[in-house]
Design a protein around this ligand. Structure first.
Ligand code: ADP
Ligand code: MG
Length: 235
């Protein structure tokens, strides 16, 4: 193994859309070899935080550090090259390319630019059998695997996932969970924004609960998710 990569840290992040404060001072660390989850109601700012970390949205205030480096001004493609990979909530595979071609694009854009890593990712996600299929022809569950394989093909240090279980059936969620745990065990730093609290309870080492642009609670899933459940119980 190559050893662990840097920690990704958000500090005092603020983000606005035309004056509306979507993030209001968020601190969050994404550690190597851990699965960090972000949960919270619709509109809490989870995707906004995700976009700031991935580099697709510039925060109005605050900083993002990757190890010793301040990456706040760096665009998304540069962060990908440094080893911060992401998947998209709205699937974004190239429909006219085959599965294998899509995943090889991920290798070319990634940290190590290693075609063999694309082949490893195809095998890890069980995509060898459909490697020559045009991506346009495939069902959602398979496309989500293509998307994840494409991110992994660059051998990222940090993997950012926004709603990775959306549209998956129970068996697909279980398979996803196994892959993500294996990646964390291998040293990858994972951030998962997820609606499915059962999946979060199964996967996460640390959970951050967001509401109205802030992190309002953090801790191990048993602790944090039980407290959430208790809040929702009518008195
Ligand atoms: P979540 O992912 O937790 O559901 P988002 O980060 O998508 O929340 O959204 C946070 C808030 O910012 C919401 O109130 C949402 O309506 C608003 N918002 C998100 N994207 C935009 C945008 N492009 N323009 C204006 N407002 C936005
Ligand atoms: Mg969202």
């Amino acid at each position: 193994a190559e050893g662990r990569g840097p920690t990704l840290r958000a500090r005092a992040l603020h983000a606005t859309y035309a004056g509306f404060k979507a993030l209001n001072g968020v601190d969050l660390d994404v550690h190597p070899a851990r699965i960090t989850a972000v949960v919270g109601p619709n509109g809490a700012g989870k995707s906004t935080l995700f976009h700031c970390l991935a580099g697709t949205l510039r925060p109005a205030q605050g900083h993002i550090h990757y190890g010793d480096r301040d990456i706040t001004p760096l665009p998304a493609h540069t962060r990908t090259r440094l080893g911060i990979a992401r998947t998209f909530q709205q699937l974004s595979v190239f429909p006219t390319l085959t599965v294998a071609e899509n995943v090889h694009v991920g290798a070319e854009q990634g940290r190590t630019r290693n075609p063999e890593a694309a082949e490893q990712a195809l095998r890890l996600l069980g995509l060898d059998a459909v490697r020559t299929a045009p991506a346009a022809d495939l069902p959602t569950g398979t496309l989500r695997r293509v998307e994840l394989a494409r991110a992994l093909a660059g051998q990222p240090r940090v993997l950012l996932l926004d709603e990775p279980a959306a549209g998956l059936d129970t068996a697909e969620v279980a398979a996803l969970s196994r892959v993500l745990k294996a990646l964390a065990a291998d040293g990858t730093a994972l951030l998962v924004v997820e609606h499915d609290l059962d999946l979060v309870a199964d996967l996460a080492d640390v959970v951050h609960v967001m509401s109205a642009g802030r992190v309002i609670a953090s801790g191990p899933p048993a602790h944090v998710l039980d407290a959430l459940g208790a809040q929702e119980t009518p008195v």
